[in-house]
Design a binder for this molecule. Structure first.
Ligand SMILES: [Zn+2]
Length: 195
């Protein structure tokens, strides 16, 4: 069996009844308990819940959410308008190619997603996409555009996406495994967050 090390933080609050356990997107574990809850009981509770904690962390890792995508605020302010211009231009071009046109394209500095598509047909894209290799950036835009047709990750969705990105499965893997690191490295290379 593989060894998993886990970081815990115990949060004591008088508003808390019993012991509550949350696994955060970065894989750390937060325990909330009343100040009078004895440490011994918290420890026993944790021991009982260890299989669940390990399973949840593994799920999070499989989804690739462990590295936060969020860039520094200063960098976001500096690149926001340039990123919006680039991503809108790129989206327009890819929309023509696919025939799916979003109502609007907005950007943000999110911590866990490169992009999303709302039911209203609005695309939300991460500004740090501009620091990724162009084919990965295009993959994210095309992925979100295909959600305008299929609002899910069904077989039909992937079949549609693979018409525009034949290597979509490996692109997805690279993006989730290395995307955050690649973007950070490129941002550092360009001195994006240097004063
Ligand atoms: Zn999706």
């Amino acid at each position: 069996m593989a060894t998993v090390s886990v970081t815990y933080a115990i949060h004591r609050s008088t508003r808390c009844r019993g012991i509550r356990l949350t696994v955060k997107p970065d894989g750390s574990v937060r325990i909330s308990a009343h100040p009078r809850e004895p440490l011994g009981r918290i420890k026993r509770f944790l021991e009982e819940k260890t299989p669940w904690i390990v399973k949840t962390i593994e799920k999070i890792k499989a989804r690739g959410l462990c590295t936060p995508l969020r860039g520094p605020d200063m960098e976001y302010r500096r690149y926001k308008s340039r990123a919006l211009l680039y991503l809108r231009t790129r989206t327009k071009k890819l929309a023509k190619q696919t025939g799916f046109t979003p109502k609007n394209v907005r950007i943000r500095n999110a911590s866990s997603r490169w992009g999303s598509c709302s039911r209203k047909g609005e695309l939300m894209l991460h500004y740090r996409l501009v620091f990724l290799p162009p084919d990965l950036c295009d993959y994210v835009i095309l992925h979100e555009l295909c959600h305008l047709m299929h609002f899910n990750h069904s077989k039909s969705f992937w079949a549609l996406l693979s018409q525009f990105v034949p290597a979509c499965v490996s692109m997805r893997r690279i993006l989730h495994k290395d995307g955050a690191r690649l973007a950070s490295e490129a941002a550092a290379h360009y001195g994006a967050n240097q004063p």
